[in-house]
Design a protein around this ligand. Structure first.
Ligand code: ADP
Ligand code: MG
Length: 629
């Protein structure tokens, strides 16, 4: 029988460290959370070589008293919990009291920390868990922690790190999330000497988004700010036209903490149905405010994927919040005529004169900010990550007993939303009246012409519109089909037979009733063939076979939700019936299309989500021509 040994303290700490410290990004996450908890208003992260050789996190928070510094590096040392009751009411970010201990066991750490009230602070060094230096030192208010040579004593771990670029990107992602979830803190990230993130810390989410995700992205956003069923949904979501190929920039915070939630993403995506292009995804930064205790949230402190006990409630709140934002704020996309970007100068980190004047020696502090050479042995190709891939569970929404629109909170929400809409209309009317007094742009729509037999050029008021005639007509037909209770049918003088593959054939015959609702009278003709006796009148009896083919294909493709199936069939019918690009269209038809497009807010995107029209403002033209600044 092998002898049982109690593990030496250092070894036990190394094992525990594996759970907390996986890579440089996890160290940065823990240190930044500590800085946030310390009440800092400025946090600067600097990394070199992806954070593998050097991580510095500097804050201007409360600092640590000289006698507490060594304690902070002990396992289960925390100033955030002192009795078990605290566990339930905890709202700070870190609370396991092991981040510093774990990091110290696998790296060389140097800390400078000073409370505002003290003139001198503490300089502390700990290497592989062993205290090396503990002395008084001049240093700025707050805490600076430098983590060097992560995993220098655990080469096995080192092997699993990705390239410097990959590790650095993970650190950047951590900093971006921190900056976005705390607009009240000014964040900086310096990567190999280059400042890559710098936020204002003015408390406004929009300016944090502007700094972190870029001006371009920030200009595409609609503001979300609603509450439903006790769940607050606030933040920003992109205009439908700016949906993108990937799910990047789908950022969710729960009470200010970054999380991933399949339910939230699904709810936002559903809200974009019929306004965003098929296969494209919205980008958003959304903060959910869920009262502590009201919704049971399963969230592991180190994991980000969460499940709510009442997923349906969350889904509804997010869906309606985002949907209202889209309805209230979406405008036609403008043709992008922005001036070329100006280069933003690198903000220099400023020297602190105060200490020099007080005669405090900052030389140790300054020297410590440097990277010390260390020979890291790492394989040249990236290795697989530690954890096995997580199996995704399918999303299950709990059914609520009360029908959605009969719920009290939903009614209240809808009423509030209508109020907002009314206000917007009043506001618009008021401003329009004022406009007529001062300057009356012509409201009449004038057809200027048609470009490439495809785009209608029309003028209204102070804008020129470029309208895709096919997309516009398609959307108009789609809307009118959707609105009509009974789709008008046209009997074919000569019924048409259509041969299909067996799957489509079965789908058509299984859905005869549904097809009748959307205007197709179809019967079995045997041998994988159907006979079509009537079609929706909008088709004008043309292209019957291909319309039936497409209807069949969409029945096979879409799931079993009737509304979605009907929508899909309407899509294909309106696409078939709409005038085509490249074909000749009379001026009267073009003008009538332009009038319909510009008078109906529902004609913004074609049923596949492509934009119907772009707007060029007179003011922007004048800027381009240098008539105005
Ligand atoms: P936890 O954050 O779970 O308490 P840590 O190991 O991350 O555990 O930190 C231990 C303690 O060190 C904290 O509770 C806090 O008192 C102190 N501390 C760590 N970082 C900072 C900081 N940047 N500013 C002030 N105090 C800090
Ligand atoms: Mg912590």
């Amino acid at each position: 029988m092998p002898k049982i040994n109690v593990l030496p303290k250092a070894l036990a700490e190394l094992i525990a460290a594996g759970e907390v410290v996986e890579r440089p990004a996890s160290v940065v996450k823990e240190m930044v959370e500590n800085s946030i908890d310390s009440g800092a208003t400025h946090i600067t992260v600097e990394i070199k070589r992806g954070g593998v050789t050097y991580i510095r996190v500097t804050d201007d928070g409360c600092g640590i008293s000289p006698s507490d510094v060594p304690l902070a590096f002990l396992r289960h040392a925390t100033s955030k919990i002192s009795k078990s009751d605290d566990l339930y009411s905890i709202s700070t970010l870190g609370f396991r009291g092991e981040a510093l201990a774990a990091t110290a066991s696998v790296s060389r750490i140097e800390m400078f920390t000073k409370r505002k009230a003290d003139l001198l602070g503490t300089h502390y060094e700990i290497e592989g868990g062993q205290e090396k230096v503990n002395e008084e030192s001049g240093c700025p208010d707050g805490t600076t922690i430098i983590v060097r040579d992560i995993f220098y004593n655990t080469p096995a771990r080192m092997k699993f790190l990705k390239t410097d670029m990959g590790e650095g990107n993970a650190v950047a992602a951590v900093c971006e999330r921190a900056a976005l979830s705390h607009p009240e803190i000014a964040f900086k990230l310096i990567r190999d000497g280059k400042q890559v993130i710098s936020t204002a810390g003015d408390g406004k989410l929009h300016s944090a988004i502007y700094s972190v995700l870029g001006r371009e992205f920030a200009s595409t956003l609609l503001s979300v700010d609603t509450e439903l069923g006790g769940i607050g949904v606030s933040g920003f979501t992109c205009k439908p036209i700016y949906c993108r190929q990937s799910k990047a920039n789908q950022i969710v915070f729960l009470n200010g903490r970054f999380v991933r939630s399949g339910t939230v993403s699904a709810a936002v995506e559903r809200a974009y149905k019929n306004s965003a292009m098929v296969g494209k995804y919205p980008a958003f930064v959304v903060n959910l405010t869920v009262p502590f205790g009201a919704v049971d949230v399963n969230v592991h402190p180190a994991k980000t994927e969460i499940r709510f006990s009442d997923e349906k409630r969350i889904f509804d709140a997010v869906y309606y919040g985002v949907k209202s934002a889209i309805e209230a704020g979406d405008t036609r996309p403008a043709v992008n005529m922005a001036a070329p970007k100006k280069a933003v100068p690198l903000a220099e980190e400023t020297e602190n004169l105060k200490y020099r004047q007080a005669g405090v020696d900052l030389s140790i502090y300054k020297k410590s900010m440097e990277e010390k050479p260390y020979n890291h042995q790492r394989p040249s190709s990236p290795q697989p990550p530690f954890a096995p891939p997580v199996k995704k569970e399918p999303l299950v929404l709990h059914e609520d007993k009360t029908p959605f629109f009969e719920r009290e909170d939903v009614k209240e929400f809808m009423a509030k939303r209508d109020e907002v809409k009314k206000d917007t209309v009043n506001f618009k009317e008021n401003t329009e009246i004022k406009e007529t007094e001062e300057y009356a742009p012509e409201k009449e729509i004038r057809l200027i012409g048609e470009a490439f037999s495809t785009y209608i050029v029309a003028q209204q008021g102070d804008s020129i519109f470029l309208i895709d005639k096919h997309a516009a007509h398609e959307r108009i037909l789609f809307n009118s089909l959707k609105k009509s209770q009974n789709v008008e049918m046209q009997n074919l003088l000569t019924p048409v037979t259509v041969r299909l593959d067996s799957q489509e054939y079965t789908a058509l015959l299984d859905n005869q009733e549904l097809l009748l609702k959307v205007g197709f009278d179809i019967e079995d003709f045997g041998g994988s063939t159907v006979i079509v006796r009537a079609v929706p009148a909008v088709l004008g009896g043309e292209d019957v076979a291909s319309a039936v083919n497409e209807a069949a294909a969409s029945l096979v493709k879409t799931g079993s939700v009737d509304i979605e199936r009907i929508d899909d069939i309407f899509h294909s019918v309106s696409c078939k019936a709409a005038i085509k690009a490249g074909y000749k269209t009379t001026d009267t038809e073009l003008l009538s299309l332009a009038q319909k497009v510009l008078s109906d807010r529902d004609v913004m995107y074609c049923p596949h989500g492509r934009p119907v029209a772009f707007e060029i403002k007179k003011k922007d033209l004048e800027k381009q021509f240098g008539r105005i600044q």
